[in-house]
Design a protein around this ligand. Structure first.
Ligand code: HSE
Length: 410
């Protein structure tokens, strides 16, 4: 029998015991042995749970038990998840996590700690929930030099944007609906301000480049300002507004740029069609072209399933045969977001539409006017411009109501 433990018995932690029970026979066949959850570490008691008698409150119990070979860390947050993971790996236990915050902040150290102690650190569930997207980077795509990653990596915000588009409701109404359904938390900041997506694109970029950039080298912009008018304009233009997390990796020049922001995504790109709480990740390499991953990016069972998949990979020996990622914590080559050039959607309410248009035509390489139902409004796709340039443009075209970047395929 193989013994494992779970740290943090919340939504995902609880899902792990359920998945192990549900898939018992299948897991036994994959692992070649049965898998027993010996301990659950949590601050709370769970008297009504069939696992209530396995609950412990002291990490030392797990550290000292030589029977435990894998620990699932589903507690979230950086601390004490980081310290617990290090202590467990030093005591010879492999660690599997769904915790993107700890991987984005300490992934380099945690992977090194695993290597130094002859154990495994895996984090498939940290990005894209149930979508197998982490291990393909080091297995199936190991020979590709991935140059671009674009992802809808946050289910909550994609649900909000989908509802706004479909029903024409406001951000606040869609958020409230998402909270009622249990998708969005009471404090939705991490999701709506792009922080969650930023952590996830940092992890994917580290897999593709080997560099785990410092937090402030990746840009995140809120999606709370997206309006029904923006959605209508995107549709007329031929696309949808999505919160996209992007990584541009220039291997030859040792440069990379990471950013998360609302983007006008054309319908020709598969990401424009990803709705509700689903996630999608598009990976591009010069060798393979575009590869698309799609599925349930959040939720109890998809995420718990991804944790259990990692557990099985370790217990079956499959993980030991795979290349282990190595992350270097560095800001070397990180391109400041302000320098990046984009096309932009702008909506303005100028005193004179013809003057505003004349300014745009004389300043921007491209001006594509979008027909507007509101006669007082000028809507256009303009660019390309960096941050200073688009600010200068906006300062000269009247009362600007909206500025949204256009997704670029390179
Ligand atoms: N809050 C996250 C989301 C959970 O909505 O995608 C999964 O990481």
């Amino acid at each position: 029998m193989k013994h494992i433990a779970i740290i943090g018995y919340g939504v995902v932690g609880g899902g792990i015991t359920a998945v192990i029970e549900e898939n018992k026979a299948f897991i036994e066949r994959m692992v070649g042995d049965c898998v027993n959850v010996k301990y659950i570490l949590d601050l709370r008691e769970f008297p009504d749970s069939p696992y209530g008698d396995r609950v412990v409150h002291d990490i030392e119990t797990l550290i000292d038990d030589r029977d435990i070979s894998v620990v699932c860390e589903t507690m979230g947050g950086s601390h004490p998840a980081y310290e617990y993971s290090v202590a467990l790996m030093r005591s010879g236990k492999s660690v599997v996590t769904s915790n993107k915050e700890v991987v984005a902040s300490f992934g380099d150290e945690l992977l090194r700690c695993a290597a130094e102690n002859g154990v495994t650190y895996m984090f498939e569930a940290s990005v894209g929930g149930g979508i197998p997207v982490i291990r393909p980077f080091t297995t199936s795509l190991a020979g590709d030099s991935i140059g671009k990653i674009d992802g809808i990596l946050n289910g909550t915000t994609n649900y909000i944007l989908t509802r706004m588009k479909e029903s024409g409701c406001s951000f606040e109404e869609a958020l409230s609906e998402a909270q009622t359904l249990g998708y969005a938390e009471r404090n939705p900041t991490n999701d709506v301000d792009g922080i969650d997506s930023k952590r996830k694109i940092m992890i994917l970029a580290a897999l593709a480049s080997g560099k785990l950039v410092d937090n402030d080298c990746a840009y995140a912009e809120t999606m709370t300002k997206v309006s029904a008018a923006d959605n209508k304009a995107a549709e007329k233009w031929g696309g949808a507004v999505k919160l996209v997390a992007s990584a541009v990796i220039d291997h030859a020049n040792d440069k990379l740029a990471l950013y998360v922001c609302p983007q006008f995504v054309p319908f020709s790109c598969p990401l424009a069609h990803i709705s509700d709480v689903y996630n999608g990740v598009m990976v591009n390499s010069p060798v393979t072209g575009d590869v698309m991953f799609y599925g349930r990016g959040a939720g109890r069972f998809p995420t718990a399933g991804a944790v259990v998949d990692d557990v099985c990979a370790i217990l079956s020996g499959a993980a030991a045969a795979e290349t282990t990622p190595v992350f270097e914590k560095t800001s070397r080559g990180a391109v400041p977001f302000a320098e990046l050039k984009f096309e932009y959607y702008v909506r303005t309410r100028p005193e004179s539409k013809s003057d505003a248009l004349e300014f745009l035509n004389s300043t921007c390489g491209k001006v594509q006017v979008i027909d507007s139902e509101d006669s007082g409004v000028l809507e256009a796709i303009v660019g390309e411009a960096n941050l200073d340039e688009i600010r200068h443009i906006c300062d000269n075209i009247g009362a600007v109501e909206s500025v949204i970047r256009v997704w670029k395929n390179a």
